[in-house]
Ligand binder design. Structure first.
Ligand code: FES
Length: 112
């Protein structure tokens, strides 16, 4: 397993989100992390509706009150904890999760 450093935990507001474009050799992966209630969740940055990136401006993946992940294109809302779409054209679909770990206040992406 590979471990890639993403950012320090305190670079994320509570609640807050941050996006990353990672180069894995010839593959480029766009993902984001969300911090809320002292937990960190991560997903591939691709809406299950059309596959576009979710954010409306850089690092802004949450709705106005920080309760849900929101797709900027058609407004789908996803739970932060499970990435499940609860409102919008892809209701019932899920964001693809990524594995994270937090070690010494640094967030890492874990890749098999
Ligand atoms: S592309 Fe995300 S809701 Fe349509």
């Amino acid at each position: 397993m590979q471990r890639y450093s993403l950012c320090a935990l305190d670079e994320l507001p509570e609640p807050g989100s941050k996006g990353f474009d990672m180069d894995l050799g010839e593959e480029r992966v766009s993902l984001f992390v969300v911090r809320r209630d002292n937990e960190v969740h991560g997903y591939i940055n691709s809406c299950p509706h059309t596959g576009v990136a979710l954010e409306w401006v850089p690092d802004q993946f949450l709705d106005a009150d920080g309760s849900f992940i929101e797709c900027a294109t058609h407004g789908a809302l996803f739970t932060i904890e499970e990435g499940k779409c609860v409102s919008g054209p892809c209701a019932g679909d899920r964001l693809k999760p990524v594995r994270l770990s937090v070690d010494n206040d640094v967030i890492y992406w874990l890749v098999d």
